[in-house]
Ligand binder design. Structure first.
Ligand code: GDP
Ligand code: IMO
Ligand code: MG
Length: 422
């Protein structure tokens, strides 16, 4: 039997591109859907048959009852939030305990990691990252410092290990003079979450995935966050703490690079960013507010306003390069329906220097735009490419040419059905 392949669906900008929707749409084509990075900082929205779900740690393939979903070793998991998320699915009638497998190597987010997240942010003053407050940075820090707790740890001497790491965190918090917190209630629910997690298959998911591949099965790796939030390739230090790019698929699931076939790079027809950090295309005017309003650009996790701007081709080309994107997926074209003209950032400029390559430090660069006509036609009911207005087809062709990559899928509304393959 031929070896199966892994395809990856990666957010290639600042997250919230619509990964949840597309993974859910793709799931029938695959045997396994696996998250390889991040944790409950993610918020992946899936809408079908009039129902809406926002997933944080659970992969977006969970609605297809026949499919195995995996939370890989590259992820971090908060037992209390995981339990809440799983209960929501169970309440909606989905049975998940047999189909959701969790890597024993994934790291646990402790309540004190979340306090540390707040403490570190407070200490940063004006330079806050604007994290989601889910303890992501401190958990990955402990992983790198080789003191973290893994999912497998809940199976043996857990209490002792937990208390030891908690004490370490409490000492750091005292050193930071950050003592005004109370995790009593939170800790109770967290420990219930740990118990609840025992019901699931806590396994060596890298072995499971590689065995499945050897049997000819196919895997869809679901990205979280976006390439510009990657710990190595993003706008450091305004990034998340995991490897969100194609390399993270290998380390975060334990699969070899030569197993990866297609890399789907997902982006919106415009740009958004939540949290702080450089964002050269940001619009501070009425147009930015209009995109936010029409696109409902408010964080799925924190409810914060998403910063909005035109599409950024410097960022797209960079992300296509570092991820080896084979196909682009463009979301939310419908949000731009009403604009007379649409802009695309083709370069950055600072002090007379113009670059089309992503600079080391994106701070202080201004966007250089090209302007295109708007299509002024509602797109959200269209289901066939032939029905697209010519001006929208021209926008797609323009982006493909400038990005140097084919746009194979176009989405024109949140619904599962509004996904057009080209
Ligand atoms: P993710 O984190 O990448 O999964 O994306 P989010 O779920 O955080 O944000 C994407 C938002 O856009 C969600 O509210 C989706 O329901 C919505 N959405 C996805 N595709 C489309 C589309 O083509 N048009 C519109 N208008 N909304 C979309
Ligand atoms: P999905 O998977 C958008 C951002 C935060 C903050 C920075 C660091 O839904 O696309 P963290 O809590 O990870 O330490 O925050 O990263 N961020 C996201 N922005 N979408 C996400 O996930 C994000 N996950 C983290 O806003 O700027
Ligand atoms: Mg999101």
């Amino acid at each position: 039997m031929a070896n199966g392949k892994v395809d990856a669906l990666l957010g290639i900008v600042f997250g919230d591109e619509g990964k949840g929707k597309v993974v859910d749409y793709f799931t029938p084509r695959y045997d396994i859907v696996a998250r390889f990075a991040g944790g409950p900082n993610a918020g992946h929205t899936i809408i079908f048959e009039g129902k809406k779900f926002v997933l944080r740690s659970i992969p977006s393939g969970i609605f297809d009852e026949g499919k195995i979903n995996i939370i890989g070793n590259g992820c971090v998991i908060a037992p209390d939030l995981f339990m809440k998320e799983a209960h929501e699915l169970e309440d909606a009638g989905y049975t998940i305990t047999d189909r959701l497998h969790i890597s024993r190597r994934a790291h646990l987010i402790l309540p004190t990691h979340r306090v540390l997240d707040r403490a570190y942010e407070a200490a940063k003053g004006k330079n806050k990252v604007g994290t989601t407050g889910k303890g992501i940075g401190p958990t990955y820090s402990d992983k790198a410092a080789r003191v973290g707790l893994r999912v497998g740890d809940i199976l043996e001497n857990f209490e002792e290990k937990y208390l030891k790491l908690k004490a370490r965190h409490e000492q750091i918090l005292r050193d930071l003079h950050y003592t005004d917190y109370d995790i009593t209630e939170e800790e109770k629910t967290w420990l219930e979450g740990v118990e609840y997690m025992r019901k699931f298959h806590l396994t060596d998911t890298e072995i499971e995935i590689n065995k499945a591949l050897a049997e000819g099965k196919s895997v869809l790796a679901e990205g979280a966050q976006g390439s510009l939030l990657d710990i190595d390739h993003g706008t450091y230090p305004f990034v998340s703490s995991s490897s969100t790019t194609a390399g993270g698929v290998c380390t975060g699931l334990g699969i070899a690079p030569n197993k990866i076939d297609r890399v789907w790079g997902i982006f919106k027809a415009y740009s958004t960013r939540v949290g702080s950090g450089p964002f050269p295309v940001e619009l501070f005017d009425e147009t930015g507010a209009e995109i936010r309003r029409i696109g409902h650009e408010f964080g799925a996790v924190t409810g914060r306003d998403r910063r909005c701007g035109w599409v950024d081709l410097v960022a797209l080309r960079y992300a296509i390069m570092i991820n080896g994107v084979t196909d682009l997926v463009m979301m939310k074209g419908d949000v731009l329906d009403g604009f007379d003209t649409i802009k695309a950032c083709v370069a950055y400029e600072k002090d007379g220097v113009v670059t089309t390559d992503m600079p080391y430090d994106t701070e202080g660069w201004n966007a250089v735009y090209e302007e295109l006509p708007g299509w002024k036609t509602p797109l959200s009911d269209l289901r066939k490419e032939e029905d697209f207005p010519q001006t929208f087809k021209d926008y797609i062709a323009y982006l493909e040419e400038k990005a140097g990559c084919r746009i194979s899928i176009v989405s024109v509304s949140p619904d599962r059905e509004a996904t057009i393959i080209r």
